[in-house]
Design a protein around this ligand. Sequence first.
Ligand code: NAP
Length: 297
Amino acid sequence: MSTKIGFIGLGIMGRPMAQNLMRAGHKLWVHGRRPTTMESLVMEGAQGCGSAAEVAAHADVIFVMVSDTPDVEQVIFGAGGVIERARAGQVVVDMSTISPVETRRFAHDLAAKGVEMLDAPVSGGEVGAVNATLSIMVGGKEESFQRVKPLFDCLGKNIVHVGAHGAGQVAKACNQIVVGVTIEAVSEALSFARRNNVDPAKVREALMGGFAGSKILEVHGKRMLDHDFKPGFKVKLHQKDLRIVMETAHTLGMFLPGAALVAQQLNALIGLGDAELDSAAIVKNVEKLCGLDTPRS
Ligand code: NAP
């Protein structure tokens, strides 16, 4: 059955996701802060909207895929935001990666208008968004999850209802700890090979089949070998995710030294002007501190 869907935020991830929902036969109302981001979707039949409020006036299920916590707050509760035209019975599905604590507040404030919220951050990158193979980690009420599940099926493969509001964002923070620390580990391993005059490409190949094998070794390891840091997942977004992890750990009084190291690496990349690169660029810091030449990308 066709659902009236809203989609707000049409960047690297949002645009292909909106496209997959439309190609599954759903009617879409889309909003991008820069009107040019809507063009290709409008050509395929989506209705372009001048504001998030205009999206909410038409859609029953409203997806949000913007950058950070204040951005989600702005498109839902700010001027011209979803809340201005929201009505009881709608569901807001926030697929951005943001703070679990603020997510619970947003869900509470939407509920005051009779609007349900799901936090549904994703893993799998641009490739997963394009191929509809994302992992989707969902927080919120079971009945809302069941209602939106057929739409999640158009976007991803591994779709897990993790728990109550905020639980999806907690799962995503866990994901980013594993991804970040593994990028650091692969950076160190490939640099270790180079300093020992052993071909890092052969080392990667050798490691791929054993316990050290991983998606990160495969995908990010290749980017590191090629020094190809076209995003992908931008350093500035990975820094934001590790900030969410460290702020939450700070509040709870937790010891996360691996995540803290990765957060520092990402801070350094931002300071060095590499905010827009893929976060596999962590290898550039490691190479420099290991006395290896890094070709500038
Ligand atoms: P992106 O390419 O930078 O796109 C973000 C989009 O959000 C942009 O189109 C931006 O509009 C829009 N936006 C940001 N703030 C806004 C605001 N205040 N009001 C209206 N629109 C706003 O980022 P992305 O890679 O698609 O990532 C989106 C989210 O998915 C992030 O939370 C990220 O952490 C998460 N994520 C990304 C990946 C990945 O591999 N890229 C993987 C998993 C999860 P403009 O075009 O005007 O800037």
